[in-house]
Design a protein around this ligand. Structure first.
Ligand code: C2E
Ligand code: CA
Ligand code: CA
Length: 722
């Protein structure tokens, strides 16, 4: 059910929208970044400005000596710093997608050791920039005679020029630039090495910020802005100097060539230059290959991403002859390790193990996103493959369940696009029916075809469906302390469609899960943002009984909470009374997991089913929402008033908070306050609002006691609350 139609989930969009971001960077690192007459300049500075523009934030730049910049990032004085990505650094920072690839190289004044690579530095004094990637690498595994620390690239080059170090290991490009800019008697030896991603880093406790960077960097790339900036800097980014050993050019060889006029030596020099150039080009080609590998492949699993998978699968299908092939979409669910829940790292390991096994077992495999893998296999082998993956993971200490949907080639589609669509449909149909697997069948599609709304939801839901938030008023404090996320669909042709209209239809064809995932994701993101803006309110999301039957739900919530840096207690899931009754055992286990994570749960629409509150005693609900039907009539009807009163009393005894829905007027709200109801959610207080509207509403009312406040009359409450 958790097929992600919505790419937004996978992209882990940012939770908080920063207004100002502070980019830290090196003081003198041309052509990437440097300070000129007090002004930051360089390729990276332009990219940073573009990222901030895409994110509608202001960019501040703080250029400082490198060790200071690193310290500033750690101490929160700056938010984002571009740097070489490394395993070591990944312990402390999140990294964005790569901005470019770059090399390191060895530099020297006189090449006393005739060095061609790192292993030859064991006897020499080697300068590096403190806290740099090269510093880490050398400490971790490339012993040198004596390490001489510099605070910047030009200082390190200065140490060479002054004879205080014999060699320096530095980023290739900036060093070459500085050498020519400052006319230093220093040059590069050997060929460049360590082709590496240069990416933006943020502290580990700010996952929402790296999501923000990635999102806006994507925007900068897709809008063509990146290419424009790159073109502007192209001349400086291209390193024109070949990697020719210094001694060859400046030492005895050219001299000999001149004096003796030995053509052989000249040819030798030229060959060396050429081979240097070829090596340089090979290195660059390798870096480009690395780059395109990363673009085309999922980082965690190493498998091709969707578009590459589609291309490869199409060729495979074309050349398959008469083989009976099947395309399956597999989804991992309920990944566990013993009784403990998985850390994000463990989860990634489990995912990568699935990827590895699939690569071995299938004819072709790929990673779609949201825990879904795709594979082309020989028809009839699916169950065996699924079982083998399960066993492999079991040996590694993980328990995993795999659900899959399949589509047969060529009956169900002549190309990968159609087959994928149909395999995914089968997968969502099998989740809807609670099964572990399903093969596509045309009847599945006809139930979709029959319903225009369902078709349109699949086609445009990603863009046209969004969340609004209806504030909840706390009756004791008179403040807004919560909000319910409600789905809105602004249909491009039919206009607004009520949730009562489209939600049941999505539920019928097993697609509601897609909406739920999106709503949960949005709600978590917004809760982080509301808190960041100074309004720590609880956000509720509606979850259907069908969603609750998906054992993946708690895991998904848990992972997203952690990824987005949200507090579990800020999220409440609402399950309707009738949903609780459908399958109490399943609800119990899902609720227990949510409870362990720390997410709150509410019984929604209480009073519309036939359950008594006492039947919920055993279930860990923290909140009861009384249906509007009761609240609307309580002012005029004694029996409704009594029913509400006893529900409130019982709920309080069960340590649950009570939310009254749809109180029509001030009199009812005051009545509810006297009856010790916890909160009210109704049009009388506010209709559902867009996130930014809610923030404005909270600015006005969120921190004030609405009952006592002077602005109480500005609430929509009939007669005001003052
Ligand atoms: P609900 O969960 O009971 O949500 C409360 C509904 O009452 C909302 O209607 C809200 O706009 C409405 N409401 C709030 N105060 C008042 C009031 O004072 N008077 C009246 N007449 N109505 C009030 P909405 O947004 O039209 O949603 C209707 C139902 O659709 C929701 O009822 C919920 O069952 C479902 N729904 C909405 N969004 C989602 C969603 O994201 N997922 C799921 N599964 N269901 C959703
Ligand atoms: Ca609700
Ligand atoms: Ca309700």
């Amino acid at each position: 059910m958790w097929i992600a139609l919505f790419g937004g989930l996978a992209q882990a969009a940012a939770a908080a929208e920063p207004r100002v971001v502070v980019f830290g960077g090196d003081l003198d690192y041309p052509p990437y970044e440097w300070l000129e007459n007090g002004k930051p300049k360089g390729f990276l500075i332009d990219i940073e400005d573009a990222i901030a523009r895409a994110g509608k934030a202001d960019a501040n730049h703080k250029q400082a000596p490198w060790p200071e910049t690193m310290a500033a990032l750690k101490s929160e004085a700056v938010d984002i710093v571009p740097m070489f990505r490394s395993d070591e650094r990944e312990k402390n920072f999140w990294f964005s997608r790569p901005v470019f690839y770059a090399h390191h190289a060895i530099f020297t004044k006189s090449d006393p050791g005739r060095v061609t690579d790192l292993s030859a530095l064991r006897l020499w004094r080697v300068a590096v920039e403190k806290s740099s990637f090269a510093h880490d690498q050398i400490v971790a595994g490339h012993p040198v005679g004596e390490l001489v620390l510099a605070s910047n690239t030009n200082d390190a080059l200065g140490l060479l020029a002054d004879g205080r170090a014999d060699y320096a290991v530095l980023a290739d490009q900036p060093s070459v630039r500085l050498i020519s800019k400052l006319r230093m008697p220093v040059s590069k030896v050997g060929t460049p090495f360590w082709p590496r991603e240069y990416s933006f880093a943020v502290r580990r406790d700010r996952p929402e910020l790296i999501a923000w960077v990635d999102r806006n960097l994507d925007e900068v790339i897709t809008s063509g802005e990146f290419q424009r900036i790159q073109a502007e800097w192209q001349a400086e980014l291209d390193n024109p100097l070949p990697a020719v050993p210094l001694w060859l050019v400046k030492g005895w060889a050219p001299f000999a060539a001149l004096v003796i006029g030995a053509f052989g030596i000249l040819i030798f020099v030229l060959l060396r230059v050429r081979s240097g150039l070829v090596k340089e080009r090979d290195r660059r080609d390798a870096a480009e290959r690395d780059a395109s590998f990363l673009v085309e492949h999922d980082r965690a699993t190493g498998l091709p991403r969707r578009s590459k998978f589609e291309t490869d699968a199409n060729s495979l299908l074309k050349s398959s002859g008469g083989d009976r092939l099947k395309l399956v979409v597999l989804r991992t669910e309920d990944v566990r390790r013993g009784e403990n829940k998985l850390s994000s790292e463990e989860f990634s390991i489990a995912q990568s193990l699935v990827g590895e096994s699939l690569r071995d077992l299938a004819l072709l495999s790929g990673y779609l996103c949201d825990k879904r893998f795709a594979a082309v296999i020989s028809a009839g082998t699916t169950h065996g493959i699924v079982e083998t993956i399960g066993r492999t993971l079991h040996h590694a200490g993980y328990e995993i369940e795999l659900a899959w949907g399949g589509a047969r080639f060529p009956e169900h589609g002549r190309d990968t696009h159609d087959l994928l669509k149909r395999a995914e449909l089968a997968l969502s149909a099998c989740s809807a029916s609670g099964r572990r697997w399903a093969v596509f069948d045309f009847a599945m599609e006809s139930s979709l075809e029959a319903d225009r709304l369902v078709r349109d939801f699949l086609a445009f839901g990603k863009d046209d469906v969004f969340a609004v938030y209806q504030p909840q008023l706390d009756l004791e404090s008179g403040r807004i302390t919560g909000a319910e996320a409600l789905a809105r669909w602004n249909h491009r042709e039919l206009g607004p469609i009520a949730p009562d209209e489209f939600i049941p239809r999505l539920e019928k064809v097993g697609l509601l899960g897609q909406l739920t995932v999106r709503m949960i994701d949005e709600a978590i993101k917004e809760s982080v943002r509301f808190r960041a803006k100074g309004f720590p309110i609880k956000v509720s999301v509606n979850v259907s009984a069908q969603d609750f039957a998906d054992r993946d739900l708690p895991d998904l919530i848990d992972i997203r909470l952690r990824e987005l840096g949200a507090r579990p207690e800020d999220l409440t899931v609402e399950l309707t009374e009738s949903g609780v009754v459908t399958d109490p055992d399943l609800v119990r286990s899902t609720l227990a997991k949510l409870h362990r994570i720390g997410v709150r749960a509410a019984i929604d629409d209480f009073g519309t089913g036939f359950a008594s509150l006492a039947s919920f005693t055993e279930l860990p609900f923290q909140e009861l929402k009384i249906d509007r039907l009761f609240i609307e009539r309580m002012r005029d009807s004694l029996s409704h008033r009594e029913a509400v009163g006893s529900a409130i009393n019982l709920a309080r005894r069960m340590k649950m908070e009570v939310v009254a829905e749809g109180a029509p007027d001030l009199a009812t709200i005051q009545l509810l306050k006297r009856m010790r109801c916890t909160r009210v959610q109704s049009f009388a207080i506010s209709p559902p609002l867009l996130p930014d509207e809610l923030i404005s509403f909270l600015r006005e009312f969120g921190l004030k006691d609405i009952f006592g406040g002077p602005r109480a009359d500005r609430l929509k409450l009939v007669g005001g609350l003052a």
